[in-house]
Design a protein around this ligand. Structure first.
Ligand SMILES: NC(=O)c1ccc[n+]([C@@H]2O[C@H](COP(=O)([O-])OP(=O)(O)OC[C@H]3O[C@@H](n4cnc5c(N)ncnc54)[C@H](OP(=O)(O)O)[C@@H]3O)[C@@H](O)[C@H]2O)c1
Length: 319
């Protein structure tokens, strides 16, 4: 099968298509023919091995796992003998390492679910990563009904997910994005939208229970004045937030919490329900064929994408 591989850490040009062995499903696994996958910021961190800490997981000198990619949507081509929940031909989506390939094997009890009836493969591939990260951040921020929440970076993959999920949870959502995305973010359920090109939310006097930095470009120091006493700044990036989270944990003042996403099966299943009920939607900026993975990755690394960037495999399929 064809897959995107890399043998060293570096810029997007280290990625190339290569023929590799097709994985064989174990007894409790399904073999998925991938129709769509995505390029995420996580793929980019792993490919660059930045921050350096990634190397302790991925391989000190070179990547042990040659294929990147996390999100996928496709159709089941084969099932292991112990698989009962899925059958050949089922349309499925989820999260699995090595998704930048024509096939992936996924445990039936893993991060896998049947696709929502009306979703395209592109849409189903573009929801799990941002949603998992958004949900983790909202949970860490203890966001629920009535929470006054500000989402900074509301137009990204995590940001568009956080806005939708927070609205679903009943929070009062103020979203911060640039002019071109104001209407999109409002349509996702934000109660108020601040266009950062016209207004600095840290200077308008409004305060929030939680500031969720969904893009990892803000800080507790800059957003302190916008938090109520005891308010939480939820970080998604920047390692210095880890010691800050530890230090501020014991203080009765404004705190940092670090929203690392542990990918969970229950999140994928919740997502399927929300998509089925029309309470969540995929936000897709651009779609590239798998062959253009370098170009797609460059675009993701520009930090300008709105929502998600999809890769279609063998032309993808609309349904
Ligand atoms: N903790 C975890 O487990 C985990 C998992 C995955 C990802 N992450 C991290 O989460 C962060 C977000 O990832 P993502 O995939 O959601 O990012 P993304 O989709 O690539 O973010 C792009 C968006 O961010 C906005 N943006 C860029 N720079 C900005 C700035 N300085 N101020 C405000 N908005 C800005 C852009 O909007 P404009 O056009 O308005 O600039 C664009 O819409 C990343 O740092 C990633 O590493 C963490």
């Amino acid at each position: 099968m064809r897959a995107v591989v890399h043998d060293r850490y570096g810029p997007p040009t280290v990625l190339r298509l290569e023929d590799v062995e097709r994985p064989v499903p174990k007894v409790d696994e399904v073999l998925v023919r991938v129709h769509a996958t995505t390029v995420t910021q996580t793929d980019c961190h792993m490919r660059r091995a930045r921050p350096f800490l990634w190397r302790f997981m991925l391989g000190l000198l070179r990547p042990k796992r040659r294929i990147l990619g996390l999100e996928f949507a496709g159709a089941i081509e084969a099932v292991g003998a112990a698989v009962t929940e899925f059958a050949v031909g089922d349309r499925v989506f989820g999260l699995r390492n090595c998704a930048h390939a024509e096939y992936v094997c996924v445990r039936q009890a893993g991060l896998l679910a049947h696709m929502p009836e009306d979703a395209t493969f592109e849409e189903a591939a573009a929801v799990c990563d941002g949603m998992s990260q958004g949900l983790a951040g909202l949970r860490n921020g203890r966001v629920g009904r009535g929470t006054r929440l500000l989402v900074y970076g509301a137009s990204g993959s995590c940001g568009t997910a956080a806005v939708q999920l927070a609205a679903y949870l009943g929070a009062h959502v103020t979203a911060v994005c640039n002019t071109k995305n104001v209407e999109l973010v409002r349509s996702l359920g934000a109660d108020e939208v601040i266009d950062y090109e016209r207004e600095d939310f840290t200077k308008n006097g409004a305060t929030y229970d939680v500031v969720f930095d969904a893009v990892g470009k803000h800080s507790l120091v800059r957003s302190r004045g916008s938090l109520v006493p005891g308010g939480l700044y939820v970080a998604t990036d920047r390692l210095y937030n880890l010691p800050l989270a530890f230090l501020t944990r014991w203080l009765r003042t404004k705190k940092v919490v670090f929203g690392v996403s542990g990918y969970k099966r229950e999140s994928v299943l919740l997502l399927k329900d929300l998509l089925d009920a029309g309470k969540y939607r995929a936000v897709i900026d651009r779609t590239y064929p798998l062959e253009d993975v370098v170009e797609a990755t460059r675009y993701v690394e520009s930090w300008q994408k709105t929502g998600n960037v999809v890769l279609t495999v063998n032309g993808g399929r609309a349904r």
